[in-house]
Write a protein that binds this ligand. Sequence first.
Ligand SMILES: Cc1ncc(COP(=O)(O)O)c(C=O)c1O
Ligand SMILES: Nc1c(O)cccc1C(=O)C[C@H](N)C(=O)O
Length: 426
Amino acid sequence: MLFENTREFAKKMDARDPLASYRSEFQFPKVNDKEVIYFTGNSLGLLPKAAKKYVDDVMKDWGEMAVEGHFYAEKPWWDYHERFSKPLSKIVGALPSEVTVMNTLTVNLHMLMVSFYNPTPQRFKIICEEKAFPSDQYMLQTQVKFHGLDPKDAIVEVKRREGEHNLRNEDIIAKINEVGDLLALVLIGGINYYTGQVLDMKAITEAGHKVGAYVGWDLAHAAGNIELSLHEWNADFAAWCSYKYMNAGPGSVSGCFIHEKHHNNKEMKRFGGWYGHNKQRRFLMEPEYDPNEGALGWQSSCTGVLAMAPYLASVEMFDAIGMKAISEKRDLITAYLEFVIKEIATEIGGNFEVITPENKKERGSQLSVLLHGEGRKLFDYLMKEGVIVDWREPAVIRMAPVPLYTRYEDMYEFGQILKKGILSLQ
Ligand SMILES: Cc1ncc(COP(=O)(O)O)c(C=O)c1O
Ligand SMILES: Nc1c(O)cccc1C(=O)C[C@H](N)C(=O)O
């Protein structure tokens, strides 16, 4: 499609946008009395107005029913999490039995490591990406130490090539083959948080399995952003947070996926708790642990209903729209944002570089822009003018237009603010 950096063009695109009406279902913060241009849905999604009702419903039931709400609330609390299995499985490309919601992301990765990382002297190495999100690095280091191993021996990072911003899938696969029989686990972010690069999850999963390792994915930046096929790709496990593209609110509950091929593996270790115990007999208070079928058998604590309520509101919205429509708009708006940035760079000689891969199969919503020169001052200018982006050291601004609430006109407007900012800082 031929884009134009004009307000008329942006308005025309907005008028044609099949998802345009969803914008009014979100609450926008204001700066200088104006709704912000919000590009940080990759960090914390905006509040869906429906979330308030879902939370209020739980509060009302709690007030009016107290303990009886576990079983008699309109949406009973004791199996509230099961409402996610079907819609969420469609979002991540899984069977309903492979998906559940519980805990938070790093905690879920730790829980899943109990099942998928049991090192032996022959097979103990983990492959991850260089500069993974710090929480993942800390999780891996502490897991390895928990097993009495030295992270320097056990953790193998795949590096970027000299002078390149992105990982190469072929380098990850080559490293998997090189580590070979020593490899216990591959655990990588499906989308890199810093660059927005989407990895070839299918090929990497296949390569890991070929050498006999498990393969898991941190999908914090992928769930609700790109189309996933976790079941078909044969991933062993995955986990994601719900507060980014999935708009479930700060620190809300994490989702996780465990491939059905592991569901009946009685040898597989797991950390149990009563909500993972056979649902029909949970309240018999039996002494022996008998896990639920499927991913529900990895639960441990009772359902954090208040945290889940906004997630349910959001998941239902995603379910009504479908990832296909979301992805179609995402590709267009991301391309338009990149176009606007490049137009401004050409017009006034801005010294910046989009480091996110250009190929739309290798990117989701996020564009990471490396600012050479006065980066931080430009970031501060944008924030003051009501463009909410985020800053990542040493000089990257990340921005993610979000199909559910970003307008083309926002991106045009952003371009004008960017231009003014650069000119005023020169
Ligand atoms: C890739 C990645 N992994 C892990 C986390 C940590 O998630 P949490 O704090 O919810 O455990 C985040 C975001 O904060 C992330 O972006
Ligand atoms: N969860 C966050 C928080 O509690 C404070 C600040 C940032 C976050 C984030 O989620 C950051 C996000 N994972 C990132 O990609 O940078």
